[in-house]
Design a protein around this ligand. Structure first.
Ligand code: CAA
Length: 261
């Protein structure tokens, strides 16, 4: 596979169908420098294109998932350099991935680290995880979705509190507010995340992709057009072999054999 400097890439799970990306700049608490994001974007794209991979996991280490955008790297940016370079624009590439991405968060997920976790589809956390948007402490505001995704996930009052105070929330609070889906002991987090990825991997990849797209519509549109989108996509599953196989297997009381078709 490709050689990376700021991330590690592995294929894991009993069926070797889970793509694991570990952010790997431990000395900088996995601060998300440009090179790291370019590598991350490539790794996600490659896993998305690989038929053997069902689900992708992004994780960090026990101290940090990621402590944000790289402050040292952007310290001397200017308004015009940001505009000209499209600073942080490549981050949205992650959201073009058709396959589910699960963030497995131990330690700090701050600023861009929290925003990266929110770019993923599901967030699992270790019980020592800390989430926050501390940009306000350094004289700026979130720039990769923190002011937009956070209120959609946790509501206005909590999002305002997090963004305006710069205070951190721990894993259990983050779970209570709906940012995190489940919390595990630190050393169990990765194996539990892989279990979820494998479970998703037992389903039809084609239908998993449609389901992900449909849930994401809920964050893009009105209820009425979202419901219309869902209905069309649901109807559309009836044009697939896998829908036929799934229902036939149920009626015949056997396990389905999905063909991604
Ligand atoms: N960028 C660059 N370097 C960072 C970093 C970041 N976001 N976060 C940590 N580091 C570096 C530190 O500079 C330090 O490097 P040196 O050893 O070379 O000095 C190393 O990582 C270890 O960090 P600390 O010594 O600070 O570790 P700590 O345990 O005392 O504190 C922390 C941990 C509370 C997370 C603290 O590092 C911190 O506050 N980090 C910055 C968090 C932050 O403000 N993030 C938002 C960034 S802005 C952003 O993300 C914009 C956006 O929306 C996209």
């Amino acid at each position: 596979g490709a050689q990376y400097e700021n991330i590690k890439v592995d294929v894991v799970g009993a069926k070797k169908n889970v793509g694991l990306i570990s952010l790997n700049r431990p000395k900088a608490l996995n601060a998300l420098c440009k090179d790291l994001f370019v590598e991350l974007g490539k790794a996600v794209k490659d896993f998305d294109a690989d038929d053997k991979i069902a689900t992708i996991i992004i994780t960090g280490n026990e101290k940090a998932f990621a402590a944000g955008a790289d402050i040292k790297e952007m310290q001397n940016n200017t308004y015009s350099s940001n505009v000209k370079a499209g600073f942080l624009q490549e981050w949205e590439d992650i959201s073009n991935c058709g396959k589910p991405i699960i963030a497995a968060v131990n330690g700090f997920a701050l600023g861009g680290g929290c925003e990266l976790a929110m770019l993923c589809d599901i967030i699992y956390a270790g019980e020592k995880a800390k989430f926050g948007q501390p940009e306000i402490n350094i004289g700026t505001i979130p720039g990769a979705g923190g002011t937009q995704r956070l209120p959609r996930y946790v509501g206005k009052s909590k999002a305002m509190e997090i963004v305006l105070s710069g205070n951190f929330v721990d894993a259990h609070e983050a779970e209570k507010m709906g940012l995190v889906s489940k919390v595990f002991p630190v050393e169990k987090l990765l194996e539990e995340t892989i279990k979820l990825a494998e479970r998703i991997g037992t389903h039809s990849p084609l239908v998993v992709k449609l389901a992900k797209q449909a849930v994401n519509q809920a964050y893009e549109t009105t209820l009425k057009s979202g419901l219309l989108y869902e209905k069309s996509s649901f109807y559309g599953t009836f044009a697939t072999e896998d829908r036929k196989e799934g229902m036939t297997a149920f009626v015949e009381k056997r396990a389905p054999n999905f063909k991604n078709n």
